[in-house]
Design a protein around this ligand. Structure first.
Ligand code: M6R
Length: 609
């Protein structure tokens, strides 16, 4: 987690750093800080809390003035959120910002204390700053000092480093944690992610593990870990500034909900050839699919929930066993996987530590890996055997919406192709499903419009609840999981998702008139069963909010509020039903006055275990 930035150029550096950090706050917002070369020295401004606290502080106390420096937004790991623990951290001549975790910081700290160093913070990062300083004292060469330091470090890091002796020069290095180097006209940048710099340049280099970048008025130089110069390939981001702005919406989350139709189009349409999915550019060979024995979908949070939908669909139409695993469990449970198996890793950021570790584990056991990733060039994307990019564009709100939607769309593309390869659907059905998938962007747009008012009304019912349940069966259960996570993540109301048929085995004892139940019942084959379960909770006083199809007649004896979605191909309904679930969570959070896009304690990119 954490976001780091750096700048060398001709603009007001403090302004650039703060602006760039504002696009990285999704990575953490426990503190913010910058360090800028000013009149031959390094000026630091930092404070606990969100970036706004830093800007307020600089308004009162003045901002560092210069043309080069580094910045940081924090998700606390070592040491509580406080002014002292805020980055940047410094040694005598070195100041740096860090994204990642130094696992052996304790032993390094002891070593440095023995060498006469003192510390002011509880962070692992200050240890790195002191260590670079220590080696710089001994070697007197910044790059050699950085290389020597990283030889001692265990863990993950992306570092932006400045040395008092090298004014207006920013050094950067990374291992595991992501870092891009932005290439502008007479200016250069470092950033944890491209959105931070897109306002200034679309051109960037991806820094690889242990590569070192040096940004100065002479341009950008990159070295390998042996201090040999290397030539990098320039990449160009294919989205514009609007992709990282709110564009008139009050929150990123609602903007991103509204971007879903476009995101689906961008993800699905280019992959349809002759009316059928073609995933050959993703390195997916139909012959391989035909032989696949077991599929494991491994991911975290919302990405894992998209895998739950994938499981139901793949097992249903491709008759292939699919296991969905939470990445942090999968990696430590000695899973039984072999070379005939396929491991699908789903990740918006492509950097989630547990998902990445799970993928590496699967590879080490000889299984083939397929990554479904949104962030271009991310580590998971680069290391997978097969790769399907989702094209949601940058997702800024911590609560994932459009990334989930396109993960679903890819689950369908893949499931259709798997089923066709295995011969469990014929060409006619294959083309039929595909044509229906192509209808979803317009339908999602309609559903956003048609369900907003009801979602707002429902949220007024939820706003003062302490706890609620989401229930459903089959695909509707998979959706309930996501609906529940979305609500608790941003509204801070406790909620659980339950398989509707399982309630009576214990959980139904929780039901009181104070506990609303959101029931999803969109699958015809399970409709009556779910209605029976709804009646069971209704009979015990629960207020029931039901999501069902337009054609369903729901009496007052079943539900207090009914939210209807259009009748459509049932297997694809999750792409429509997730919309009101997102909207209910959004409006409940808004009504509770929460920070929708930056919910407490969270960060979007979870690069720690
Ligand atoms: O970047 P990833 O998709 O790997 O992230 C996985 C989860 O951390 C993420 O989906 C999280 O659950 C979302 N904040 C939920 O909205």
């Amino acid at each position: 987690m954490c976001g780091i930035v750096g700048y060398v150029g001709h603009r007001d550096c403090s302004d650039v750093l703060v602006n760039a950090l504002s696009h990285l706050e999704y990575r953490g917002y426990d503190s913010a800080g910058i360090a800028v070369f000013e009149n031959g020295d390094i000026s630091v401004a930092k404070t606990k809390g969100k970036l706004i606290n830093l800007t307020e502080k600089m308004k009162k106390e003045g901002k560092p003035k210069g043309i080069a420096g580094i910045g940081h937004t924090r998700w606390a790991t070592h040491g509580e959120p406080s002014d002292i623990n805020s980055h940047p951290h410094s040694g005598a001549k070195v100041t740096l910002v860090h994204n990642g975790i130094i696992e052996n910081y304790k032993e390094l700290k002891d070593f440095l204390i023995k060498n006469g160093r003192t510390f002011v913070s509880d962070t692992d990062t200050e240890v790195v700053a002191q260590l670079v300083d220590h080696y710089y004292d001994c070697i007197n060469d910044p790059i050699k000092a950085i290389i020597r330091t990283t030889q001692d470090l265990r863990g993950s890091f992306a570092l932006g480093i400045i040395f008092k002796d090298f004014p207006d020069t920013v050094f950067a290095i990374r291992r595991e944690s992501p870092l891009v180097i932005g290439v502008g006209e007479g200016e250069s940048f470092i950033a944890s992610d491209v959105p931070a710099i897109i306002e200034y340049t679309k051109n960037y280099y991806l820094l690889e593990h242990d590569e070192i970048a040096v940004l100065s008025k002479d341009g950008i130089k990159v070295y390998d870990s042996h201090y040999q110069p290397i030539v990098k390939t320039l990449k160009t981001a294919d989205w514009d500034v609007n992709a990282v702005g709110k564009c008139g919406y009050p929150h990123y989350m609602i903007k991103e909900i509204n971007e879903q139709p476009t995101a689906i189009k961008n993800t699905v349409t280019p992959r349809i050839k002759d009316g059928m999915p073609d995933l050959s550019e993703c390195n997916i060979d139909p012959d391989f699919l035909r032989k696949v024995k077991n599929i494991f979908i491994v991911a975290c949070g919302t990405a894992m929930h998209s895998g739950m939908v994938g499981k139901y669909v793949m097992e249903d139409i491709a008759r292939t066993p699919v296991t969905v695993d939470i990445a942090s469990e999968f990696r430590y449970r000695n899973p039984i996987i072999s070379s005939g198996d396929l491991i699908i890793i789903v990740s918006q950021s492509g950097e989630t530590a547990d998902s990445l570790a799970a993928m590496r584990l699967a590879k080490s056991k000889g299984a083939k890996t397929l990554a479904i990733v949104n962030a271009m060039g991310s580590t998971i994307a680069r290391e997978a055997d097969m790769l399907i990019y989702t094209h949601a564009g940058p997702e800024i709100s911590v609560a994932s919406t459009k990334a989930y939607m396109v993960q679903l769309s890819v689950m369908y593309l893949f499931a259709f192709q798997l089923a066709y390869a295995k011969g469990t659907i014929d060409e006619q059905k294959y083309k039929y499903y595909t044509s229906k998938l192509l209808e979803t962007p317009d339908l999602v747009k309609d559903v956003i419009e048609s369900t907003t008012e009801m979602a707002q009304k429902i949220s007024t019912q939820l706003v003062s609840a302490d706890s609620l349940l989401y229930i459903g069966r089959g695909l509707d259960y998979a959706l309930s999981m996501e609906g529940s996570l979305k609500l608790k993540e941003i509204s801070y109301i406790h909620s659980e998702s339950y398989a509707a048929g399982e309630l009576k085995h214990g959980t139904i004892s929780l039901i009181t008139p104070e506990m609303p139940v959101i029931a999803v019942a969109t699958q015809s084959a399970l409709y009556e069963k779910t209605v029976s379960n709804i009646k069971e909770v209704k009979a015990r006083g629960a207020k029931v909010i039901m999501i069902c199809k337009e054609s369903d007649n729901v009496g007052e004896d079943v539900a207090d509020f009914v939210l209807k979605i259009p009748n459509f191909e049932e297997i694809l309904l999750p792409m429509l039903v997730c919309v009101p679930l997102q909207l209910i969570a959004y409006y409940t959070s808004v009504q509770r006055g929460n920070d929708v896009d930056q919910p407490r304690n969270l960060a979007k990119s979870v690069t720690v275990e």
